[in-house]
Write a protein that binds this ligand. Sequence first.
Ligand code: G4P
Length: 538
Amino acid sequence: MSQTRQLPETDRVADPVKEAGRRRTFAVISHPDAGKSTLTEALALHAKVISEAGAVHGKAGRRGVVSDWLSMERSRGISITSAALQFEYREHVINLLDTPGHADFSEDTYRVLSAVDCAVMLLDSAKGLEPQTVKLFDVCRHRGIPVITFVNKWDRPGREALELCDELRDRIGLRPMPLTWPVGIAGDFRGVLDRRDGEFVGFERTSGGATIAPEHHMSADEAVERVGDEWQRAAEESELLTESGDDMDPDAFARAEASPVLFGSAVQNFGVRHLLDVLLEHAPAPSARPDERGEPRQLDEPFSAFVFKVQTGMDPAHRDRVAFARVCSGEFERGIVATHADTQRSFSTKYAQQMFGQQRDTVERAYPGDVIGLVNASALGVGDTLHTGKPAVRFPGMPQFTPEHFAVARTTDPGRSKQFRRGLEQLVQEGVIQLLHSETRGEGAPVLAAVGPMQFDVVNQRMESEFRSPLKLEQLPYTVVRLVGDPGQRSMLHTHSSEVLDRADGTTLAVFTDDISMRSLQRLKPELDLRHVVADTE
Ligand code: G4P
């Protein structure tokens, strides 16, 4: 479609505030194997984006649907990139942002969470809270993102529903507010008691869970007849929940202190409709976003968006680079010329796309909460702002995360040292890796720092295939990082178990092999001014 095409009058005057009001932008946070890909597919099925789920209910079949971009990802069968899926449901627009699901996650996952208004915490009914779920939940709590809990895999043996609720309260301090309650123990799933209207919603298995599970709605009396004891038990437990004050409290949810809880089976497509309905009824719509001075950018101000992710190598046929931006205000119309707030340069949005996995659609217009993929956006980096109109606006940059893994990079081909430097600079701009400088190691041996070690594999692969500058990475044994309060003390920090590294933002970091070596150095030199690195992950 040409950008000069005249749009019908009715198309041109959509109200960004109204459009924002019918949007819900969220991500699923979970530990690998909890069923995120399956749930994504089930949501798409409910929204009629696809007509049949899990043509093959196996990883191999599904991976193509979700994200399958880098060859490394394909060969490992894991998702390490992020995409966004948009669909309509009950006159609302749902934006589902994909978070990488591997345990060895990188900063990407955190950045995706900066672009959502709500998160769905997916738990495996047999495992409850798992390490990565807790880590991601901590990020949500830190950012004040409300969380809806979906207990998955109720169709097979698992733990007790009350025990899972206690775990939320005791381990992560999140008050559970079950909206549905399972009838029948995990593995003998009969359906759920809808605590909002007291109805029984019976569950019926479908062959392979390929289609939406039929729901049988029954009154409490009919439920007693149908599933007697199990219903009785569920009803009693539900009363207990009411007595202990665990009914839905929308304000506590909005303050991210309590979480609506739903039970279901993604693979059987049961409970997925409840989840969509709760998203519509309770999850926050996009609202005014504070700019870097803390001033809210109102939804009806001119177009503005920030880049939360940059991705390359999505299209094997072209060496492309896509910047994913979340719209914060106004109306985006493909072809508009925006200002890149960080350089004050113009940026043409002729090539804007919406994409999910390998499927791409050209996006013509977008509203607050939507994600647009800007193709060949070589000027855009993670955290950058685009806007139209005056005055200029700039959203806060992405937080620098505390790295936990370090490696020295050296080119294996000295003739290509220029490409080596350029490649690393680009990967830093994309947020793939942090680059640190060591006075003692010198220019030719920068230190790369990452939140997850898989980021190093990505660097290795991309430096070789994209920049034709293969490198050698030597992992460093450091695990503890502190900010150096007084750079004059740097000489004290070079020991056999620690060294000093400088970050491009002007901060100086001290890295130690372990906590013990840091503490013993501090005992030896009590005047050392070492501070915790304050980042979004803490
Ligand atoms: P992930 O993206 O979170 O890593 O999880 P994914 O959807 O790939 O699901 C992990 C496994 O859990 C898959 O089994 C999937 O079929 C299964 N699963 C997901 N949801 C449910 C559910 O509600 N009930 C049950 N019983 N299983 C569920 P797999 O063995 O890896 O593959 P498959 O061959 O069984 O599909």
